[in-house]
Design a protein around this ligand. Structure first.
Ligand SMILES: Cc1ncc(COP(=O)(O)O)c(C=O)c1O
Length: 398
């Protein structure tokens, strides 16, 4: 326990995968948290419990089926509380990408030739490509909110120029999985409301780091993925129930005609839903404010370390303000893949490339140069992890 009351050892003990060591016996630093976090013990147990004690489809007359009904209803309420939505607006799916593609298809009848959709240069492709494809299908225009390469932030003042009476949708991120930038939804919501457009926020990277409040923010649709916040591989979408009811998603004939299940294709992963509920219970207990305050210290340590390393370039927000502890870096004279390989040799898992964040990488001029190395921490990392990454970046620089 340090002076702040944060017991890192106790936190880490909740994540069995963090006990992994590299071939030299050093603890592995899983600095690829933006690609997927390790699962917390209660989520692992909840997944196993469903499979161990029996599974059954929903809406049957026998007890095991009714248990599934109760589980799904309970986790729907947990997700609603976690993301600030209504339980009737919670849709479960295999991942955020599939849910967003499905949503884009359902929104298609609302977009006419000559209308426009607004995307950002900061989003992961899961919140870009579905809208590009929708626009191409109907003959709509795609407009962009540009990224300022110097700050790693969106130029939201540009919204005035791109949003007009024919804007049907604004898609934006809660946070960038590439640069760690946190994004204020308020200007997007205000611009959308002025013209009656739908807002879609990709909260995948934000969810493990900050509180998300769908209704308080006034965002129509929020999508995220439990495997990025210490749960199992799955996706969730929270939307205004009235919006969900007003759209007609593709579905099979016998599938429910009402409520969020109308949006769920086929059988849900009930074990993943159980694990999602457990991950939310864990995070709620820790508290997102506590998480954010602790992560700010990790961010400060990493940024302080970079400040003395002229051979490492940080791409994205240069300070600890309004960012997650996710950092895109390049090392002078070294290809990102080579640096990531070197880090792997030091027992550090880090991704190199574009991480599906095509637009930000293109805007930064990195796409053609192999992207960048992404270092991503969460609340289960400690100062030692930060220091090991910094030291390994020195080694990589040669
Ligand atoms: C910001 C962001 N959005 C969307 C996605 C896609 O999520 P999923 O894997 O659940 O489809 C990711 C995954 O890396 C992401 O980081």
């Amino acid at each position: 326990m340090d002076g702040t009351g944060w017991d890192l050892a106790a936190v880490r003990a909740r994540f069995p995968a963090l006990a992994a060591t590299d071939p030299h016996g050093r603890p592995v630093v899983h600095a690829d948290a933006p690609g997927g976090t390790q699962a917390v013990d209660v989520a692992i147990d909840a997944v196993a419990e469903v499979l161990r004690t029996g599974t059954a489809n929903q809406h049957g007359v026998f007890p095991l089926s009714q248990r599934t009904d109760a589980l799904v209803a309970q986790v729907r309420s947990q997700v609603a509380a976690f993301l600030g939505g209504a339980p009737e607006g919670v849709v479960f799916g295999p991942n955020m990408t599939t849910l967003t593609l499905h949503l884009a298809e359902a929104l298609e009848p609302r977009v006419r030739p000559g209308d426009n959709v607004v995307c950002t240069q900061l989003d992961h492709d899961a919140n870009v490509a579905p809208w590009l494809q929708l626009a191409a299908r109907v003959g709509a225009e795609v407009r962009w909110v540009p990224l300022d390469p110097a700050t790693g932030r969106l130029r939201t003042a540009h919204l005035d120029e791109v949003v007009d009476a024919r804007t049907r949708l604004l898609a934006f991120p809660g946070a960038s999985n590439a640069l760690g930038t946190l994004v204020d939804p308020a200007p997007f919501v205000a611009a959308a409301r002025a013209v009656g457009a739908v807002t879609v926020m990709d909260a995948v990277h934000a969810a493990p780091h900050i509180t998300i409040d769908h209704r308080a923010l006034g965002v129509d649709v929020v999508a995220c993925s439990p495997y990025k916040f210490f749960g199992p591989h799955a996706g969730i979408l929270v939307a205004d129930p009235e919006l969900l009811a007003a759209l007609s998603p593709r579905k099979l004939r016998p599938a429910p005609d009402h409520g969020p299940e109308r949006w769920q294709t086929g059988t849900a992963s009930f074990e993943a839903i159980a694990g999602t509920g457990a991950a939310i219970a864990y995070l709620t207990q820790v508290g997102m404010d506590t998480v954010a305050a602790y992560e700010a210290a990790l961010t400060a340590r990493f940024l302080d370390g970079l400040a003395t390393r002229g051979h490492v370039t940080l791409h994205g927000p240069p300070t600890g303000v309004e960012r997650t502890p996710t950092f895109a870096v390049t090392v002078d004279g070294r290809a990102p893949q080579a640096v990531a390989r070197q880090l792997a040799g030091e027992g550090i898992n880090a991704w190199a490339g574009h991480y599906y964040a095509l637009e930000p990488m293109r805007a930064l001029g990195l796409l053609e140069r192999g992207g960048a190395v992404r270092i991503g921490f969460v609340h289960y990392h400690g100062p030692d992890d930060v220091d090991r990454v910094l030291a390994a970046l020195d080694t990589a620089a040669g």
